[in-house]
Design a binder for this molecule. Structure first.
Ligand code: FE2
Length: 219
């Protein structure tokens, strides 16, 4: 791994975890594990919308902002050697703060929030970095005995790499323990699917979560 990439990973606080997981499970030295895929789920957006920018808390033309706790999600898309992937498409969609998707098929009776964008598509910059301002998604019932923990759905694409559809989880959420999807994963995979909370830069700053995405190169 080049030293620049290593320094950036260290800055993100992720190097030791990701590399040691890899070292323990594979003979291919100095490569990162690809981010585990997860099901797209039933609520991929189907209603066209013009505003899909990085700020999901503000819908163009609306005076009010989204309800709930506003957060920042930042991260990087990189290859298995730790090199950044610029100009990758990063798409997210999620439930609002009350656990409701803006999707006609969502049976959750929780209210829609007209000021929550719910869906965004951005490109990574030249360092492979991206960011979203959004709300902490609410938990929601997936069935009678299953509450989904807060999560954000991701689709990531870049020519030359395998498309990735996955879900990002939040640290220290009790519902993570019993989630039927997350608990199916190996502990090493789970670690790669849970974002890391970053210390706020100032007391009034938004809570910030970091999520590193590793794509597999197409053979
Ligand atoms: Fe979901």
């Amino acid at each position: 791994m080049k030293s620049l990439a290593r320094r950036k990973l260290l800055r993100l606080g992720l190097l030791s975890g990701v590399v040691s997981i890899f070292a323990a499970t594979s003979g291919l030295a100095k490569a990162l594990l690809p981010t585990p895929p997860e099901t797209e789920g039933p609520f991929y957006p189907v209603t066209p919308q013009d505003d899909k920018d990085f700020d999901l808390t503000q819908v163009t033309g609306h005076k009010d902002v989204a309800q709930g706790k506003h957060i920042m999600v930042t991260g990087r898309v990189m290859d298995m050697r730790g090199q950044p992937i610029p100009q990758a498409t990063v798409e997210i969609w999620q439930a609002n703060a009350k656990g409701r998707y803006r999707h006609p098929g969502d049976p959750n009776p929780a209210p829609l929030d007209p000021n929550f964008q719910g869906w965004a598509i951005v490109l990574t910059d030249k360092h492979g970095e991206f960011r979203f301002k959004t709300v902490m998604p609410g938990a929601y019932p997936a069935s009678k005995n299953w509450m989904r923990p807060p999560h954000i759905h991701f689709k990531v694409a870049k020519e030359g790499y395998a498309n990735l559809t996955t879900q990002m989880y939040f640290p220290n959420e009790a519902l993570n323990e019993n989630d039927l999807l997350l608990s199916e994963k190996k502990p090493s995979e789970r670690l790669l699917m849970i974002a890391r909370k970053k210390e706020p830069s100032a007391p009034e700053a938004l809570d910030m979560y970091e999520y590193v995405i590793v794509l597999e190169q197409k053979p």
